[in-house]
Every structure is written in structure tokens, then in C-alpha cells.
Design a binder for this molecule. Structure first.
Ligand SMILES: C[S@@+](CC[C@H](N)C(=O)[O-])C[C@H]1O[C@@H](n2cnc3c(N)ncnc32)[C@H](O)[C@@H]1O
Length: 504
């Protein structure tokens, strides 16, 4: 099984470091649509006293290049040229406009299965140890032990702000100006209303906002010459975090370091391949090994990991075609009923195993986890079964190794019906969203905003359809089980009746 090379579940801020604890209470003021538009800085000097290059001391007098439109190939060609001049060996692929993923790497020659490709040298890889154009800014962040993610996010902004003086300027210019991997709160409310992935997306935005606020409070405000607010602000942080979410990789053979790997990050994801990026010690470069052959003209893919469509949307801003992702799953929320006579007892049992009164379980097209059934048993069990609450809660938790596959025939029908009802209620949200999406207001003034909205709307519809499909399937299987169970009970009843009559 290919392990995900990409790392996007890492907490942005290690909890152990109190300085960078997430501010979970951070409130959003609707960060609004402007988030995704290039931020333009005028005539603001960044005082960069110990910079390595003369030009890095430069005064920022022009607009900062915050990437490009993702369908523009001009910047991608400049990137390709710069990379080969900077030590990237000759490649069997080049950046082209592609059908899947806008820009991607396309085979120029026959590529065999099992062939190693790329060989990006460490000198062309961006890590937390990369040199800063503004040396002093880097020193301040390191002195404050800023973890890798926020450090790299600040690094990207800092390098972008010195434009051509940064050695990464060709790379930064080719990055997308509008990463779709970090949506605004308003967008999440509007488009992800039906999906449970919305909660995770909100947490992610909160983490980014919290991280920025911490950095601002504890570092940026103390060094305004190094980190002027016109440059280091929440809009630019959302941009840089959006880039990190969709492009950062964890290189397992480089001690698990997280890195931006120019060129390699032009590879798009396919659910049909299992190969991923890693550092290759013998060749001293970042490579991947193909798991299928490619002909000239074919787009070459890697795997971003075994992720559901919702997770792919969350981190990368795309949804694979319906039915093409074998790792797809949907979160189904189950809740204890407040009217349950044993509500408090059940809740206590759940809490003892780190669960709560409302819990999500992943459902796949092939089935659901045993923990979901255990939770359903607990939710429907009558007071007479209170002695079993503890074992049910334990089995509902994935943190224990106790017997999971519990069966309580006396309440099985109830438990199955309970899950069917949860599917029903979830499906009605999807149906409502899909019905409403036809009349969704897309009346915006700027064409760029309109593009973004249309794009997000389509993503939301695709996600809804794929999640709904899994729920329909689960509901179908559950209903069949219920029918069989009821038929079995009826047959047993008839048999019992027949025997009674016989003995009369
Ligand atoms: C690591 S980058 C890959 C290069 C990217 N296509 C570019 O032009 O910069 C990841 C981004 O590529 C796009 N992408 C990757 N795989 C995709 C796919 N299977 N379908 C649609 N978009 C994809 C998404 O926008 C994602 O955020």
C-alpha cells in the first residue's frame, strides 16, 4: 500500500509549544472574497539589514508577484528553464496544459513501469533550513522556534516580497495565485453546507487564522521593519498556507522533512496510481518510481495519498470524477437522543472512551466500520441493558482493542433502523443542496469572482454527488439487512405459531 507522501494532517502548531498554541476561539470576520486576489503592495520598504544579497536589501516598490493564473504556461516555462539552468537534470517530461489539473507533467518519451523520474537535487528543494533572502527575518523566526509549517508559510511570503532578489522568484511566479485549498468561511457556509467535511475545513481556517494571530502578536509586531503588515497579513498567510496545503510533501527518507519541491509539485494526482515522492539517497534527489508505463504525450501522475473526495477537496481543491476514487468515503454523523432516559449514563460511557454525544463515522462504498454499529447499539439500547453501555462505548471507540464485533440480536433491528434514519437525514441535506444549487445566486460583479464561484459551486456539486452515492449504497444494504431480519423473525413467528397449533 502506498503511504501518503503528502502531509496535510499535521497540526499547524505543535501543542507542546505554548507559543504556537492554536487560538481556537479566534472569530472570523468574513474574510471575504478578496482573499484570493493578488495583494498589491506599494512603496513599502522592508528593512532587511543582514541580507545575503544587495538586492535583497531592496525596497519593495513594485507589485509583489503572488503567483499566476493556473492555466498560464508562460511562468511555468520560465520555471522550467530556470530549474534546468540551476541543476535539474534533463527530464523525460515537460510542463504542459492538461485535461486533469490544468497544468501537469507530460511524458516526452516512453517511460517504463518501475522507472525512477525527476531527480530534483536538495539545492532546489525548499525546507525549513533554506536560506532567507532577508537573513535577519529568518533568524528571528528560528530564535523563536517557529515550527516548520508557519515558518515555511512566512518564508514564502518573505521571498515573494523581495521579488527578483529571491532565488525562488521563478518558482513563486509559477505558483497559483488562487489556491483553492483554503476556502473562506463564507464559501464553506455557502458550498459545503451538506458535507461533514465543512467542519474540518472550518477548523483548518481557524488554525491558519490562529497561527497568523500568534505570529503577529509575538513576533511580527515586535519587528515591524522585518515583517511589515502590508506584506505579512492574514490575506498573504491564507495564500501561503493554501500553497503549503496543496504542495508540501513529507520526504520520508529525508528524516520525514516537509518540503516544497519545485518541478515535482507540478505532478497531479490520480486515484489509479500508488506511487509517491521521496528522497532517493543513492541519487541524492527527490524522485518517484512509476507504477505503470507512459507513452509520449500522456500525463504522468503520482498519488497524494489514499484520501476521500472530501479530503482531496479540503487540501487540494479538486474532486475526482464520481466513482473513480476507491478510497472515497463520507462521514455519517450519529447522535444520542436528548430524550433518551439514559442519555447521561450513555454520554458518560462514551466520554470515558473519548467519544461524544454526536460522533462521525466514515462510510465507504464497500461498507462501514464496526465502531459505527457499536455506537448505534448504544444509542438505541433500553435502560434494561445499562450494564452493557460500557462495552458498547468501548467498541464504538477506535482507541481500544476490546472486542469490536458485538452483536445484540434483541436490538439489532432498532440499531439498523437508527443508522438508516441517520443516512436519510444526511441524504435530505444533500438533496436540498443539490436542488438549491440550480438556483444558487452567482451574481457577482468581477469576472474573476464569478469564475471562482462557478468553480467552487461545481466542486461542491461533485462532492455532494459522490458522498450521496455512498450514502445511497449504505442505505440500500442496511434496508436489505433489515428486510432479511424482519423476514427471519416472521418465519420464526410462523413456525412458532404452527407448532403451538399442532400441540393444542
Ligand atoms: C501539487 S499541485 C500540481 C500542479 C498543479 N496542477 C499546477 O498547475 O500548479 C496540486 C494542485 O493541482 C491540481 N490537481 C492535482 N491533481 C488533480 C486532479 N486529479 N484533478 C484536478 N486537479 C488536480 C489541484 O489544483 C491541486 O491543488
Amino acid at each position: 500500500m502506498a503511504e501518503a507522501s503528502r502531509l496535510f494532517h499535521t497540526p499547524l502548531i505543535p501543542i507542546s509549544n505554548p507559543l504556537y498554541k492554536t487560538i481556537s476561539s479566534t472569530r472570523f470576520q468574513s474574510q471575504s472574497q478578496s482573499q484570493s486576489h493578488p495583494v498589491i503592495f506599494h512603496k513599502r520598504s522592508i528593512h532587511c539589514p543582514a541580507s545575503t544579497t544587495d538586492t535583497a536589501k531592496a525596497i519593495v516598490t513594485r507589485d509583489v508577484p503572488w503567483g499566476c493564473d493556473i492555466d498560464s504556461l508562460e511562468n511555468a516555462s520560465a520555471l522550467q528553464k530556470w530549474l534546468s539552468e540551476s541543476g535539474l537534470p534533463p527530464q523525460k517530461m515537460e510542463i504542459q496544459r492538461v485535461e486533469v489539473g490544468e497544468r501537469g507533467l507530460v511524458a516526452l518519451k516512453n517511460i517504463r513501469k518501475g522507472e525512477k523520474l525527476l531527480f530534483v537535487p536538495p539545492s532546489l528543494v525548499i525546507t525549513a533550513d533554506s536560506e532567507w533572502s532577508c537573513v535577519e527575518a529568518g533568524k528571528v523566526l528560528k530564535r523563536n522556534s517557529v515550527p516548520d509549517w508557519p515558518l515555511l508559510a512566512t518564508y514564502l511570503i518573505s521571498e515573494a516580497s523581495v521579488m527578483k532578489s529571491s532565488r525562488w522568484s521563478n518558482y513563486i511566479s509559477a505558483l497559483p495565485r488562487q489556491p483553492y485549498s483554503l476556502l473562506t468561511r463564507a464559501e464553506l457556509d455557502r458550498y459545503l453546507e451538506a458535507s461533514q467535511i465543512r467542519e474540518r475545513a472550518i477548523d483548518r481556517v481557524m488554525d491558519v487564522v490562529g497561527t497568523y494571530n500568534d505570529l503577529r502578536l509575538r513576533i511580527f509586531s515586535k519587528y515591524p521593519d522585518l515583517f511589515p503588515e502590508e506584506v505579512f497579513n492574514i490575506e498573504t498567510f491564507k495564500w501561503s498556507f493554501g500553497i503549503l496545503f496543496s504542495r508540501l510533501v513529507r520526504l520520508r527518507s529525508m528524516d520525514g522533512r516537509v518540503a516544497l519541491v519545485p518541478w515535482a509539485d507540478m505532478l497531479n494526482h490520480s486515484c489509479g496510481v500508488e506511487t509517491f515522492l521521496d528522497y532517493d539517497k543513492p541519487s541524492k534527489g527527490v524522485v518517484f518510481t512509476t507504477d505503470r508505463p507512459y507513452e509520449p504525450g500522456e500525463q504522468v501522475f503520482i498519488s497524494y495519498g489514499k484520501k476521500s473526495n472530501g479530503e482531496l477537496l479540503l487540501s487540494y481543491g479538486f474532486v475526482p470524477k464520481e466513482g473513480t476514487n476507491p478510497s472515497d468515503s463520507v462521514e455519517l454523523a450519529l447522535s444520542l437522543k436528548k430524550s433518551d432516559k439514559c442519555y447521561e449514563e450513555k454520554l458518560e460511557a462514551l466520554r470515558n472512551y473519548g467519544l461524544s454525544a454526536s460522533q462521525c463515522f466514515p462510510i465507504q462504498i464497500t461498507g462501514w466500520p464496526v465502531e459505527l454499529m457499536a455506537y448505534a447499539y448504544l444509542a438505541v439500547s433500553p435502560p434494561s441493558m445499562r450494564r452493557q453501555f460500557k462495552e458498547m462505548a468501548a467498541a464504538a471507540s477506535n482507541k481500544t482493542t476490546t472486542k469490536k464485533d458485538l452483536r445484540y440480536p434483541e436490538i439489532e433491528e432498532h440499531a439498523l433502523q437508527f443508522i438508516v434514519d441517520a443516512c436519510e437525514s444526511s441524504l435530505s441535506k444533500y438533496n436540498k443542496f443539490l436542488q438549491a444549487s440550480g438556483s444558487m445566486d452567482l451574481d457577482v460583479t468581477s469576472p474573476k469572482q464569478l469564475n471562482r464561484r462557478l468553480f467552487l459551486k461545481q466542486l461542491a456539486i461533485d462532492l455532494c454527488n459522490s458522498e450521496r452515492r455512498i450514502l445511497f449504497r449504505a442505505q440500500y444494504i442496511l434496508r436489505r439487512r433489515l428486510r432479511d431480519l424482519r423476514r427471519g423473525e416472521l418465519r420464526a413467528l410462523n413456525l412458532f405459531d404452527g407448532l403451538r397449533k399442532l400441540f393444542k
